[in-house]
Design a protein around this ligand. Structure first.
Ligand code: SAM
Length: 282
């Protein structure tokens, strides 16, 4: 039996059995590997870290997209930073009033290979006329974007190392603030509270966002194949609060069938365990 193994902390590893390695490539930015296994189906890794698999991707993609739309059902212009597998775009494109989705993904190879090997997330994304693909650094894209040009920014990035590092910095959050309109929302990959290395990244991201945005929250989701399984997104905005402005009726009128997200879960997701609250506020 072949095992894909990931180091989750100094003293903890996680393994998945796989039948075959489908594809492997060192792109200009990162090592991209695709595997085929039974428990999680096809999965791909970047620099030896799990990104997306067929079995649990719905959890991540539901949770990065739907809470923002349930808070502001009038979102029309969306910027996705990273997200090369297409799963985040797939969920955003389900909203009929979305007019434009820009995806700034630094590595075109991730997008092309997911189209080939991971249709569950990639299928149909490029063909949708509302989609604008930009294969460039998200940091650079935001720097050059006009003031108040987006309703929603979704940072669907890798961890704050290598190409993803700039997406966890204060100058980047500042640019996001400038580029968002008055009702704008920023959702970002916010790491995990459990293992020390990830918890330190969580705390750093939160401290920086709090300095820029007047409204900041953190919400949780459960992701079986990410370190510890307990992961977070950040919610930051200029005006809208994800709990006070939650519009259950408007969201339900979209009639979207979702496998993970619902509006009760939305409320619960913002209720954090005490140790996470303490770590964030320390
Ligand atoms: N769901 C995943 C997770 O959290 O593990 C993230 C998936 S998505 C594949 C992450 C993408 O972010 C990668 O394709 C990577 O190339 C992209 N990325 C990393 N840094 C970036 C940057 N500075 N600008 C644009 N895209 C970036």
């Amino acid at each position: 039996m072949n095992w894909y193994t990931e180091q989750w902390s100094n003293d903890c590893k996680f393994s998945i059995a796989y039948d075959k390695k489908i594809y492997s490539e060192q792109s200009s930015f990162q090592q991209i590997n695709f595997y085929q296994g039974k428990e999680f189906g096809t999965f791909f890794t970047l620099d030896g870290l799990m990104m997306v698999n067929e079995k649990d991707e719905f959890i991540y993609h539901d949770m990065i997209v739907h809470p923002a739309f349930a808070t502001n059902p009038n979102i029309k212009k969306v910027l996705i930073i990273g997200g090369g597998d297409g799963g985040t775009a797939r969920e955003v494109l389900r909203y009929p009033n979305v007019e434009e989705v820009v995806m700034a993904e630094i590595d075109e190879r991730v997008f092309r290979l997911c189209q080939q090997y991971l249709p569950v997330t990639a299928r149909g994304v490029e063909e949708d006329s509302r989609m604008k693909l930009r294969f460039e650094d998200g940091l650079e894209y935001v720097r050059n974007a006009p003031d108040q040009s987006f309703d929603l920014i979704l940072v669907d990035s890798t961890d704050p190392v290598s190409v993803g590092e700039g997406l966890f910095t204060k100058p980047f959050y500042k640019e996001c603030y400038r580029v968002l309109n008055a009702d704008g929302i920023l959702i970002n990959q916010h790491e995990s509270p459990y293992f020390a290395e990830y918890a330190a990244n969580m705390k750093k991201a939160h401290t920086k966002i709090k300095d820029i945005f007047p409204i900041t929250h953190v919400y949780q989701y459960h992701m079986p194949t990410y370190p510890s399984g307990h992961w977070l997104f950040g919610f930051a905005s200029k005006r809208l609060d994800p709990l006070k402005n939650l519009n259950v009726k408007a969201w339900e009128q979209f009639g979207l069938k979702t496998k993970y997200y619902n509006t009760n879960l939305h409320i619960g997701a913002f209720g954090l365990p005490n140790y996470v609250k303490e770590a964030l506020n320390r």
